[in-house]
Design a protein around this ligand. Structure first.
Ligand code: ATP
Length: 227
């Protein structure tokens, strides 16, 4: 098992956001983390990354306990985060953003350019001149440049134009085919389910359902994911 999250509970000050989340990702697997707004997906990811440390439960990555470690150490163990809101360094160029994140491995600037040719076309531009979709591509590229063992995408395509969404899903499918381990949050079921090997559903800060996309029937989707 690459990532094992067991019974985590996380608080923001006095207010409890997670009440027991279990989640596993095996090497090479793509796992979809699902649930309606405010159910705890981002908090689960922030807990894994050490940005909102879990107060209870355990988190193991590649056999090492990572709960309680500082975020930068957790990232260095091989977790690459694409955070909600596609953050990059806005006053650096596209190329500088990629180079600044680089760690040795399969992913290089050239590899990221192959995955997202638009970034190659814009390599000299400052990140703050990119469209939202291009910034998301850059955020994914940055995470890949760290050569992560696990890539975590929080809201992979939220708020992006349909043609950009299509490019991003196509890139995620390419990564998956290459054997990249992925944990992904997104609201577009039609795109998310085909790439996922397994799904974990959160409700009110608890993981309430685990299964394969085919097991996630429309009845279950209505119950846990419907608006
Ligand atoms: P969304 O899809 O809307 O981002 P989510 O499933 O990612 O939702 P979280 O953002 O993890 O959900 O929120 C889980 C709970 O924690 C919610 O009740 C939310 O109000 C609360 N919460 C999130 N961030 C904070 C914070 N910084 N301070 C206090 N409470 C927070």
């Amino acid at each position: 098992m690459l990532l094992e999250v067991a019974a985590i509970e996380t608080f923001y000050g006095p207010s409890q956001a997670l009440f027991g989340v279990d989640l596993n990702v095996r090497e090479g697997e793509a796992v979809a983390l699902m649930g309606r707004n405010g159910m705890g997906k981002t908090t689960t990811i922030r807990s894994i990354m050490g940005l909102a440390p879990a107060r209870m439960g355990s988190i193991t990555f590649a056999g090492k306990s990572i709960a309680g470690r500082p975020a930068f150490r957790i990232a260095r163990l091989g977790l690459g985060l694409v955070p909600e809101g596609r953050r990059c360094f806005r006053n650096l160029t596209v190329r500088e953003n990629l180079v600044a994140a680089a760690r040795p491995g399969r992913w290089t600037v050239a590899g990221v350019h192959d995955l997202f040719p638009r970034l190659a076309e814009r390599e000299g531009q400052y990140a703050d001149t990119l469209s939202g979709g291009e910034q998301q591509m850059l955020a994914i590229g940055r995470a890949l440049m760290t050569n992560p063992r696990l890539l975590i995408l929080d809201e992979a395509t939220e708020g992006l134009a349909p043609v950009i969404r299509r490019d991003i899903w196509s890139a995620i499918r390419t990564l998956k085919q290459e054997g990249q381990s992925i944990l992904v949050v997104d609201k577009t079921m039609a795109e998310l389910l085909p790439v996922a090997d397994r799904c974990v559903v959160l409700e009110k800060g608890r993981s309430v359902w685990h299964g394969t996309p085919t097991e996630l029937t429309t009845t279950l989707q209505d119950r846990y994911l419907g608006v």
